[in-house]
Design a protein around this ligand. Structure first.
Ligand code: BDR
Ligand code: CA
Length: 320
């Protein structure tokens, strides 16, 4: 099995990603670190604990990380473009029972530093929120990147953003952190931007099938994704009606079904200034691109692969 650490700002799609990583037999979710993002750190942490309790995995440690971006007093200025993107569908508490398990006392940064420094087996790191924790760890010890066999990031956008026309929320929320992570020299970096996740849409009939599995994970996934579909159908979405992307789950699906996305090597840099473009991932997709690629970027994704994997993984005995 592949050792995986998820870094999350739980939210509804982070929750599906956590369940997929925790329940898939080929993955060993050794820990989850939390960060400020969709909702404040206290809420992303409590939501993460709710999810792990709901699927009977309170043994997976949760380490709270940064409560704010690394270089700003908060998110980039309230641009006249800003809208809630995916955030307002998360609410502060997920539709799951209150957590009974407590987060660990050790911070995400301390946990990641010693875990990666002492790693005997390389770890797959999957950040699906703002990159504040990952950037801080790199600032403390850039060498830890060698303990990461692959970093798979949900973030960025080439065609159009969600929080602004230019920017996708995870990158926009902490652009300096994203710039540091993308230029840190990870041996293998896969970036899953909106261009891909907007193609892997989950529908209401899919949710009915998930609910029909009769498992805690199936029910939770159905509730969480239905909440997303309701929000997108209320005019937030740019997608086919009665469907929604589950961005973060695509990153975990890729670990066990790499064919869920199609990628190409691209040089990606992050705009950290400019009122209209702050947080934009600038991708050199020119035929005569000059920059040295620093990421495998997903431009395509297959909804049927994601949905099939969710149904398969959430129906198993582990899904209770
Ligand atoms: C990203 O932002 C959040 O809304 C989701 O959890 C996802 O990680 C999509 O832009
Ligand atoms: Ca997220």
């Amino acid at each position: 099995t592949r050792k995986v650490i998820l870094d999350v700002d739980t939210g509804t799609d982070d929750a599906v990603a956590i369940m997929l990583a925790a329940l898939h037999p080929d993955l060993d979710l050794t820990a989850v670190t939390t960060v400020n993002g969709n909702v404040p750190l206290s809420a992303t942490t409590a939501n993460t604990l709710r999810v792990l309790d709901a699927i009977g995995r309170p043994d997976i440690p949760v380490h709270p990380g940064l409560a704010h971006p690394i270089a700003r007093r908060g998110f980039p200025g309230q641009t006249h473009f800003e809208r809630d993107s995916d955030r307002d569908m998360h609410g502060s508490a997920l539709p799951l029972p209150a957590p009974v398990t407590a987060a660990r006392d050790e911070s995400a940064v301390e946990f990641l530093l010693h875990t990666l420094r002492d790693a005997t087996e390389r770890v797959t790191l999957v950040p699906v929120g703002p990159l504040s924790n990952i950037a801080t760890v790199l600032a403390a010890d850039p060498g830890v990147r060698e303990a990461v066999d692959e970093i798979v990031i949900m973030g960025g956008a080439h065609a159009y953003g969600n929080v602004t026309p230019s920017a996708e929320f995870n990158i926009w929320a902490d652009p300096e952190a994203a710039a540091m992570v993308l230029s840190a020299g990870f041996p293998r970096l896969t970036l899953v931007p909106l261009d891909a996740t907007h193609q892997a849409l989950v529908t209401r009939p899919d949710c009915a099938k998930l609910a029909g599995l009769g498992t805690a994970a199936g029910r939770a996934a159905a509730d969480l994704i239905t909440r997303r579909i309701d929000a997108y159908s209320a005019g937030h979405g740019v997608h086919a009606p009665d469907s929604a992307p589950v961005h973060d789950a695509v990153c975990v699906a890729y670990l066990v079904r790499p064919e869920v996305i199609t990628t190409r090597p691209v040089r990606v840099e992050v705009e950290t200034s400019g009122a209209l473009t702050v947080g934009r991932t600038v991708m050199d997709v020119r035929p005569n691109a000059t920059g040295e690629p620093n990421a495998s970027v997903a431009f395509g994704a297959r909804a049927e692969v994601l949905t099939e994997l969710l149904l398969e993984t959430f129906s198993g005995p582990a899904a209770r």
